[in-house]
Write a protein that binds this ligand. Sequence first.
Ligand code: 5AD
Ligand code: SF4
Length: 483
Amino acid sequence: MYETIDLDRIDSIQTPPEEEPARQYYFLARCRKYVENESRRMGRALTARVVTFGCQMNARDSEKLSGILKEAGFQTADDEEADFVIYNTCTVRDNANQRVYGRLGHLNSLKKKNPRMKIALCGCMMQEPSVIEKIRKSYSFVDLIFGTHNIYKFAELLSAMFEQEGMVLDIWKDTDRIVEDLPASRKYPFKSGINIMFGCNNFCSYCIVPYVRGRERSRAPRDILREITSLVSEGVVEVMLLGQNVNSYGKNAEFSMTFAQLLEEVEQIEGLKRIRFMTSHPKDLSDDLIQVMKKSTKICRHLHLPLQSGSTRILEAMNRKYTREQYLRLADKIRREIPDISLTTDIIVGFPGEEPRDVDETIDVIQKVGFDNAFTFLYSRRTGTPAAAMANQVMPEVAKEGFDRLLKVVQDTARQNILRLKGQVLDALTEEVNEQDEHFLTGRLSNNTIVHFRGDKSLVGKIVKVHLKECHGFYYVGELLSE
Ligand code: 5AD
Ligand code: SF4
């Protein structure tokens, strides 16, 4: 494991080793020397800032970036006025890309004030050739660019950036590699994301993820279990198992284990209190998984099950591989087996060819399933995906009309659903001191609902019993009963 490595004993003058992760430890040692020298020269510590766009996967990747920066000797900066700033980007919808371009302008002005400042970009957006072209042309002040497949090489790339002039650019098309035992610096001491697989093979016709994250690769069960066991020994009580489609965990792998079996193994880890996972594709959700969840005392009562559309016609064009009826039957079965579960979902409005009657069908599914929350997105045309080439693109004002109509139903349904918890006493993991009022804490119920309650900050990271008193739309205000 990484914790046992002493970087200061690595000879970083010799030629670097070929094998991983030893090669990255070597470059980390080199980075540490560089940061030490720079700090001495400037008479202060060097600071770094990691900015994350997008999903939980990116959030976890950012913890790995932060881990490397911390080991290299950087101090964490609270804002972007730092010596090193890295944007971990998302490209799932175009507005994520636009935000990055907007903020890069601001970074350029900071760099003019601090010419030794270094700027890096990584993540999904960097896997798109058109993006790289644009950055080279219009944002040439960026010092380092890499993609999703070689993030494990961050120490090596950082070291190259320090040692050579001009922009360092390293983008890979794909990889089948998984490098273990690199450091990570967690945002929360008591909960952590764990990658169980990378990439996606589903090719939903609107989605760019399979092109920028590559083919599905599952981590070996022993590596996952070892990582969780080690996190638990450091005080982690809740883990979130991460993958684009966790239900296809272990497919085409050298080992034989399904996602349901993996969960059973994780459940055995002593000291671990809560298990979450994200995301489940409805087409692969097995009866075994439902039974494992039902029996489990640790798996949280929450399932995020993206619907995308409630119209079979549109689902087919989206290449989702299930019908409206199959989704409804699945949701019904899950609710029957695990009555206290919360179901949440993702919905896209304005997919090519979508008509108001399709939106009506989606609304109907929302009402029938009674989602506790739904993330609703306007369709975004992503270059290179099959849907981008479809002739029947929807006019933005038509899409917006459908979006507003749907959003209202989503909000009404969620509000009604959350009311069912009123008066109950439930366990909450205390996550932080409330941002608005320091006498209040913010916690998360097993079903993912947020609850605010009066309490002392020493309870952060602890699971406590809370009486859910007032429902405020999407969250509760409750009373702390006991630890
Ligand atoms: N346009 C809009 N939403 C999208 N998503 C993925 N691709 C697109 C797109 N091109 C949404 C899906 C997915 C979530 C992570 O992002 O709903 O579940
Ligand atoms: Fe995209 Fe579909 Fe893969 Fe999810 S399952 S990442 S929506 S292609």
